[in-house]
Design a protein around this ligand. Sequence first.
Ligand code: ATP
Ligand code: MG
Length: 413
Amino acid sequence: MAETLQPVRGTRDLIGDDQRRHAHVIETSRRISALYGLEEWATPIFEETRVFARTLGDTSDVVTKEMYTFEDRGGDSVTLRPENTAGVCRALISNGLTQSLPQKVFYAGPMFRYERPQKGRYRQFHQIGAEIIGSPEPLADAEVIALGWHILQALGVSEQVALELNTLGDTASRDAHRASLVDYFSAHRDALSEDSRDRLARNPLRILDSKDEGDRRLVAGAPTISASLTSEAAGFYDGLRTHLARFGVPFRENPRIVRGLDYYNHTAFEFVTDQLGAQGTVMGGGRYDGLVAQMGGPQVPAVGWAAGVERLAMLIGAPPDRTAPVAVVPMGGEAEEAAAVEVMQALRRVGVRAEMAYRGNMKRRMERANRIGARAAVIIGGDELARGVAQIKHLDSGTQVEAPLETVAERLQ
Ligand code: ATP
Ligand code: MG
């Protein structure tokens, strides 16, 4: 092979600091989700194509341009998951869990979208997500958003993000809004991008999500949903804002938040930052009451969000340092090495990170202890072994004490 092998365009290796940041985001969100009663689900990273094709919406960017879809060797069409809400709903139905509601679900894992790679935008990326399935009350929307906010606080990034909130209303509100959008954009048809002229015919709401500069100027003047809300939808939105205040989650209303996928109703929200350039949305979600029924299950209301792990990993400060290890240093032969292994395992059993080089003289081993940032070295030579003791050298202060072998672990705990 002439050229050095590289990862596929838009994919990344997670090693060293990158992996530590990534793991910190996932471990923190997993821990906070458990406090809210969520259980973690892991669904397959590929599904039958129809799990996504119809549910995400025939006109969404994800379905029309971004899916990794292929025929497997048996001739079935499968798709690498571009998101996980459809997969969770599929799993809810497949496992008969529509009979045991509510289900509160947390997930973390890789997603795949064929996009133009850039900072914060990859072809394999990772999401954490939360879904509360089976609850029609706006209190569920508020709680799942409060969970998102809690995670952002625990990650130390809440100062850098803002919650933008909107309502998409119910079906009647959306129909009325759609009609007013068609009127407005039809009057400006010539100024729309080609994509948006197509959206005007197929799904005018989608134009509100367009990233085209010219479209965005038009969108700024477009009628918002508020004038079209039914009293029921307006009441739901009032309830959500009241509950969010009780949870202590600050928000600002933004009537332009529409979300990229078709299955949302009522609540739509994004946590955004101005620190990541064009890739400013770190977490997004909303209510999707129609999705489970659309997939062939019963009518099940649900609300949730997903967040980009890479974008969060870029926002956090340095992840917490691993605690400094203890280096175990045998000096001599077999017997010293055997005693060293015993001490090392005793240290690990009491929860102390401990390492020992597989070979090398005293000087080499002490150099290695420094290289791995050890806080102490436990030195076991022939003389020590004969007396059943070890030398504990504290590497930051340089002080050295002698201790019976069986007390070493306890002293360094
Ligand atoms: P964007 O507007 O940035 O394309 P989106 O609306 O497509 O985002 P969602 O489908 O709502 O994103 O996914 C939730 C989150 O997943 C996003 O807010 C973002 O943090 C992250 N995300 C989405 N696509 C990518 C990607 N290609 N690479 C990295 N993170 C991504
Ligand atoms: Mg996108």
